[in-house]
Design a protein around this ligand. Structure first.
Ligand SMILES: [Zn+2]
Ligand SMILES: [Zn+2]
Length: 161
């Protein structure tokens, strides 16, 4: 893991705004997240979290009290922003997902970026690794933290809060 150079801020400014604007579109009732995939300054895809196909009938977040069986592996409600950005890039035959960098952000209730904690979503960490994304980037207190995808997957699986 390493922290991006602070000068990166200016370079990334427009893309960071896209990332935030995307997160604002989230229709998930539990969290507003955005994700953008970039390869060599080129934006490959971006998305927010929402029910599969944005279908209201597939929404699972209105009732957080529903208890799912242990065999239900993903008990979260929506397609994660990272999942959607990856899946849409692949659906659209983007061959530039390989060696790309995926940035993730979560917003608070006032639509301000929230500092990420340690990674824990093994759905997204496995997926990112499996499609050859090179690095996973979180917005943390000091700045952007860059993780090699394999490291990110290892950290997610060893998460312990
Ligand atoms: Zn949801
Ligand atoms: Zn995830």
């Amino acid at each position: 893991m390493y922290i991006l150079d602070k000068n990166f801020k200016n370079l990334f400014k427009d893309k960071f705004q896209i990332l935030i604007d995307e997160a604002k579109k989230s229709t998930c009732l539990r969290s507003k997240c955005g994700s953008i995939i970039i390869n060599n300054q080129e934006i490959i895809w971006y998305w927010y979290n929402s029910p599969p196909l944005d279908l209201e009938s597939q929404r699972r977040c209105e009732n957080p009290k529903i208890i799912y069986n242990n065999k239900v592996t993903d008990k979260t409600c929506c397609i994660h922003a990272e999942e959607r950005a990856i899946i849409d890039a692949l659906k659209n035959n983007s061959d530039k997902i390989k060696d790309s960098r995926l940035y993730f952000i979560r917003l608070d209730e006032n639509n301000n970026p929230k500092y990420s904690q340690e990674p824990y979503c093994t759905i997204c960490s496995k997926l990112a690794l499996d499609v050859w994304i090179k690095e996973f980037v979180l917005y943390k207190k000091d700045w952007f933290y860059v993780y090699k995808t394999q490291e990110y997957n290892d950290l997610s699986f060893s998460y312990n809060d």
